[in-house]
Design a protein around this ligand. Sequence first.
Ligand SMILES: Cc1ncc(COP(=O)(O)O)c(C=O)c1O
Length: 482
Amino acid sequence: MLRPWKTILAIDFNHQLSVYQQIADGIVAEIKKGRLKPGSPLPGSRILAEDIGVNRKTVVLAYEGLIAEGWLESADKRGTFVAAELPTLKKAASRTHSSFEFNETEIAPIPAKTNSGFIVFNDGLPDVRLAPLDELARAYKRIFQQKARWRMLGYGHEQGEERLRTALTGMLSSRRGMNTGEADICITRGSQMALFLTAQTLIRPGDSVAMECPGYLPAWQTFVHAGAYMINIGVDDKGLMVEELEQVCRTKKLKAVYVTPHHQFPTTVSMKMERRLKLMELSARYGFAVIEDDYDHEFHFDAKSLLPLASDERAANVIYISSLSKLVAPAVRIGYVTGPPAFIASLARLRALVDRQGDPIMEQAIAELMEQGAINRHAKRAARFYRERREAMSEYLHTHLDKKISFKKPEGGLAYWVKINRDINTEELAAKLLKKGVSIIPTERFSFNGKPLNALRLGYASLTPAELEEGIRLLATVLKKS
Ligand SMILES: Cc1ncc(COP(=O)(O)O)c(C=O)c1O
């Protein structure tokens, strides 16, 4: 390929760098950009010298330097080539000897969502095969085709696109009984970012935060990272044990309590009304924030679906977090947080430091789908599949594992909590199951006090009934043998 070397190398004879060094740097830059691939030929020194208007010896000097450094190699009479193996690896390795100190993130990485088996029991994800992809693609296209589309390519509001905030507040009001203004909502990249910003805005190092145990590990880690002292509160078949919380409140000043009342993570229990009222009463009496993580609100199958704590008229202390990860798909990365206006304003200023703003195009596309009712239609359709799979799961658990386990069909949410009627190490169980092509999530990670849970959280919504049956059958086989 004939390259415009005169333009690429653009020699400056007045530059403080010598001409041969400028040639060498220019060639290395081309290699790093990937425009000169390993093994590609360089022009002969005479040709290049004439092309860029320098002495041939200068080019030879540059080539020799690059050969010595390993960027180029010469092949006898055939000419000079970019080295087949570039010296970048050596450079990268030298980075391991940096001499500055930094803040080590002392959080063990949460293993990526298990997806290495044929049959994956995740922790309660939606079936992304059902996601309204065509509708989303069409909305995306329309947004790119609209008049004055250039407007959305600049910087936007740190709280997110107003159009989506309006759509969300409408949905929160009509479906979740919440009274939220557009100014009191901040759109984030998923609930996880909302949790992180909430923790950073709320917690000072040493503050005490209580949370459900067993519970959602990334939330626990997020509070620990913010410097919180964590207090575990038990969970039973009515949800968070508020009497235990009250005992703690009597001796300790709590900054916040994190809860998943709609479908407790991981046990799936819906928090009963009397517990909710007590939690709100304690929050008002002792002045702590309630962080309500409503991560899968839409899929509730029991006749009685309670409204979020944030819909209560005494919800002044409630910070409400939710997202579209379960409703549409985790990769959409649209979450949001609502709460007291001054708190949200402060959180949004922090958000601007981390990420400046969200993704205005995706936010507008989702707003359009909400306005058109496409998201509601999708929720209804997906719920039909999940209802059927929830029934199938219950049947297969009875058929294959009956005496070995106990479980309650979840009132809602996309996972089952299955208790195993004996002591079990779920890390070992997971390893054995993987050999049969089935992935489960080791449950040890949901316990923050080291107590064994002898249970499994089995997401059922993303598997077809046939996949569910095969997965449960293999689980039963492995359990029998272990
Ligand atoms: C309890 C709970 N909270 C928050 C999240 C985070 O979801 P996202 O960041 O995808 O909105 C999840 C995801 O699985 C979850 O289970």
